[in-house]
Write a protein that binds this ligand. Sequence first.
Ligand SMILES: Cc1cc2nc3c(=O)[nH]c(=O)nc-3n(C[C@H](O)[C@H](O)[C@H](O)COP(=O)(O)OP(=O)(O)OC[C@H]3O[C@@H](n4cnc5c(N)ncnc54)[C@H](O)[C@@H]3O)c2cc1C
Length: 407
Amino acid sequence: MTEQLIISARSVADVVEAVGRARREERRITVVGGGHGPWSHIPDEGMRIELSAIDDIEVDGTTVRVGGGATWGAVAARLAEEGLAISSGDTASVGVGGLTLGGGIGWMTRLWGLAVDQLVGAQVVTADGTVVEASATEHPDLFWALRGGGGNFGIVTRFDFAAHRLPAIVHGEYSGGDPATLLRRMRDVLRDAPHELTVTYMDVPPMDPSAPAGARLTAVWAGADESAMHEVLAPIGDTDGVQGTVTTPAYRDILMEPPQPEDPDQQPPGFIGGNGLYAELDDDLIDRLVAFRAAHPVSVVFLRSLGGAYGEVPQESTPFPARHATWFVMAGGFDIPGLVDDEARAAIEQDWSLIGQGRLAEYGNFAATERPEAVPGMFGDEAYARLRAVKAQWDPQNVFRRNHNIV
Ligand SMILES: Cc1cc2nc3c(=O)[nH]c(=O)nc-3n(C[C@H](O)[C@H](O)[C@H](O)COP(=O)(O)OP(=O)(O)OC[C@H]3O[C@@H](n4cnc5c(N)ncnc54)[C@H](O)[C@@H]3O)c2cc1C
């Protein structure tokens, strides 16, 4: 394999030049924002355009203009100075670019929607090297496609968001007890919960560095009213064996940072399993998730509440699928050599398929491998057809293909 050419872009002009050169030299382009997506790790002999130096964050009232290579941790820290926030993800080093273009499920999703629901404009370097502004009034088709269609349409050098006032939050961690009971109570509470409440549930084995081992529910309440959160979450706090800890950190401080591997070139372990957006978290699904985690020692189960503002955004206004979903679910096992053999791998795949069969759509941002055949399943039929038309208009030669590629 010839060596990959690495371009560290510092300006929009650098990005324009890089796209032109890649086309002249017929090099495949890999766009790197925060560097957490699969293509940032899969070796390639083309051109890697790194955007991390394009990371300005400009605040103008509640409008926030963010460079295409900034990370969400930097955005949250800057906005905290103004008492503002944007719903993003849960991890500080994840890029604004990849997370936003794919949707962005975060701690305020039930109050403000996805990251992409707060996007009001973008500056894009297109496949022919033109710099265009996209918004509801300028190139609205391109703007629509950017809000969930991934990196297919160009390199975004600036994202414009409408931020929200967020003076305080309450943060609760609940662990212990019987996972099936905890999941049922969580589901029941979230059916009628105020939009201020967003929760995640995670059950991970001891070898997963992302969280303490075992089942754990994390709740974030938008606002300072600790007693309101306690009241809503009482059925969970009162569950036998469950212990809760409630704190009042700043929003920027709840964005986590996973430990870095000692060797930065080390590939993350493979993941056998998948994710989905689900209309309901019914008893069958809960029982399958609990059985899955119990059957496979290297497995993880991860859920995030949707509904609320997420579900109030009209389906056709963005390409993001399944606005009627109320839960995001991920389940799978780490493919660790020595711990997982062919038989274990096949068993995980089989059990995941029972969980996956009820999903409405797959969330591309958590699909950790390149699977071209899966891309239509990341969108509704109408949205996928429309995305293909926008792709044909803005990138007919598929210059931007190292992503969940729309062809
Ligand atoms: C530890 C961790 C935590 C996560 N937490 C969450 C979470 O809470 N919520 C959630 O929704 N997702 C989450 N994700 C998934 C995350 O949204 C995706 O992995 C996302 O693609 C990462 O974006 P990035 O910019 O960091 O990665 P990159 O690898 O830099 O980018 C991913 C892809 O996005 C495109 N891209 C990136 N920037 C640009 C740009 N400026 N212009 C055009 N295309 C661009 C490219 O196609 C690129 O291949 C998490 C992932 C990890 C690894």
